[in-house]
Ligand binder design. Structure first.
Ligand code: NAD
Length: 349
């Protein structure tokens, strides 16, 4: 398996180094033949090439079996599209899968939970995704700005299908559709109608619909109720930061961005400049993202050993949390590197 590795900005290089060591450990143990190839994106690429992602890099990623992207400081790019946006759009990575769960060694802030936010990734209120040319985040006059939110039937159907298929692989088989169709009657009305159509193909799955603002209360009140949550781009982005933090920390927020041919492992959080370079970052978010990438590859390429490696990584994360081998954001005392070494030791045993 060929994986392109882009360390990113801020805490990116620190958590990417741990994740690569974990991939090396499982590659050896499960004989996966994972080969990583380093390149640059983000601030280093802007300094060198004048772009956060140069066009050739997209082609390099297309030739690989997966991409591992460290978080990037997009807010500092002065309008230059960030690597997430470039890869999600260029590789049509429409499904952003963001699990949030508690563990015996990490009971969560509001009780036990094991849910997955399935977020549409290529349209919605991400105005940079919505135009053939240019950006739909528009300055009309110096004092008036508008942004265009695009919802399509095809985009809604394919994210719904990804969510229902995921629910079928989980024991509880429940899908919650999160929307704002009471106000965005046309666009979220279309999203809901498309999801309801897809639901007809999955009669074993229990379906419910919750308005996004009320969802914030429901998910905090009773997180254990939720299984798979399907929603549009911006709602999913916000909701998944909340659910990651509810599970213990944003630093536990793993995620994969998947299309039909390509996938990118990427933590749910940003580059955390407030803790960068201080050995404080929780690497588990990106480590769990890499596990998701291996699981995706297992199913896509029909190679169950990659799925076993993904499971072993999840078990090592659980064991580290239980043994207190964890960073400060989740109540531990260890640094990023020490947690990485603990994970590698468990995976090599
Ligand atoms: P952030 O997600 O970087 O940080 C929010 C809070 O969570 C901070 O207190 C941070 O220290 C903490 N945190 C995040 N990851 C952590 C980890 N692994 N371990 C421990 N604590 C962690 O959000 P922000 O500060 O608003 O954004 C910083 C930069 O990241 C901005 O430039 C933003 O545009 C960018 N960003 C990038 C991505 C991405 O690359 N996908 C996503 C979100 C934000």
């Amino acid at each position: 398996m060929h994986v392109v590795v882009l360390p990113g900005d801020g805490i990116g290089p620190e958590i990417v180094a741990v994740t690569e060591a974990v991939l090396g450990a499982v590659s050896q143990r499960f004989q996966l033949g994972i080969a990583t190839k380093h390149d640059i994106a983000g601030q280093e690429s802007i300094a060198k090439y004048g772009k956060a992602v140069r066009p050739e890099l997209v082609e390099i990623v297309r030739q690989a079996d997966g991409l591992l992207l460290g978080p990037t400081s997009t807010l500092d790019y002065a309008g230059e599209p960030g690597p997430s946006a470039v890869f999600r759009k260029a590789l049509d990575l429409f499904a952003n899968i963001r699990p949030a769960r508690t563990y015996p060694g990490l009971p969560g802030r509001v009780g036990a939970m094991d849910l997955v936010v399935v977020r549409e990734n290529t349209e919605g209120f991400y105005a940079d995704r919505n135009m053939a040319h240019g950006n739909a985040d528009i300055l009309v006059t110096d004092d008036v700005a508008i942004a265009i939110r695009k919802i399509t039937r095809q985009g809604s159907e394919r994210i719904a299908r990804a969510g229902f298929e995921l629910a079928m692989r989980r024991p509880r088989r429940r899908v919650t559709l999160v929307h704002k169709a009471n106000v965005l009657t046309t666009s979220d009305g279309l999203f809901l109608a498309a999801c309801r159509d897809v639901a007809k193909d999955f009669p074993e799955v229990t379906v419910e619909e919750i308005i996004v603002d009320a969802m914030m209360a429901h998910v905090v009140r009773n997180p254990a109720h939720f299984d798979v949550i399907v929603t549009t781009n911006m709602f999913g982005d916000i909701l998944s930061d909340l659910t990651a933090e509810m599970s213990g920390s944003l630093g536990m927020g793993g995620s994969i961005n998947a299309g039909t041919r390509y996938a990118m492992a990427q933590a749910a959080h940003g580059s955390a400049p407030d803790i960068a370079g201080r050995d404080l970052a929780n690497p588990m978010s990106l480590v769990l993202s890499a596990a998701q990438l291996l699981d995706w590859h297992a199913r896509r390429a029909g190679k169950p050993r990659f799925g076993e490696a993904a499971k072993a990584i999840e078990n090592a994360v659980a064991a580290c949390l239980e043994a207190g081998e964890k960073t400060r954001d989740v109540g531990g005392t260890q640094g990023t590197r020490a947690v990485g070494a603990a994970l590698v030791k468990r995976l090599s045993a």
